[in-house]
Ligand binder design. Sequence first.
Ligand code: 5GP
Length: 114
Amino acid sequence: MSKTLFEKIVAREIPAQIVFEDDRVLAFRDINPQAPVHVLLVPKRAVPRIATAQAEDQELLGHLLLQAAAVARQLGLEARGYRLVINNGADGGETVPHLHVHILGGRPMAWPPG
Ligand code: 5GP
């Protein structure tokens, strides 16, 4: 099966501004930032989207969320707050079929989202 865009970033086949990495996840700056800080956190093992996640992904998903909070802290977002977003499917705004958590911060976020 061909690699997803984010698997290519994980494999360093496509350059990205990496801000954090461990054995299971990679965080890098979004190419089209929607906030002063906009980082994508992805599992290195490609899970297409949250709707297709399986029970066997539970530990990885928990790790992903904990590391999202850790990366937000590392980026200095904890004091003022930040938003985590997971887009799922067409209406959810998903454009890359490799699960990713958007970490957005550096400005107040509107609610409801557009
Ligand atoms: P989605 O719309 O699937 O939730 O989010 C995909 C995100 O990937 C978008 O915010 C988009 O700007 C970002 N993106 C798309 N292509 C690239 C790329 O080549 N490099 C990086 N760093 N981000 C990308």
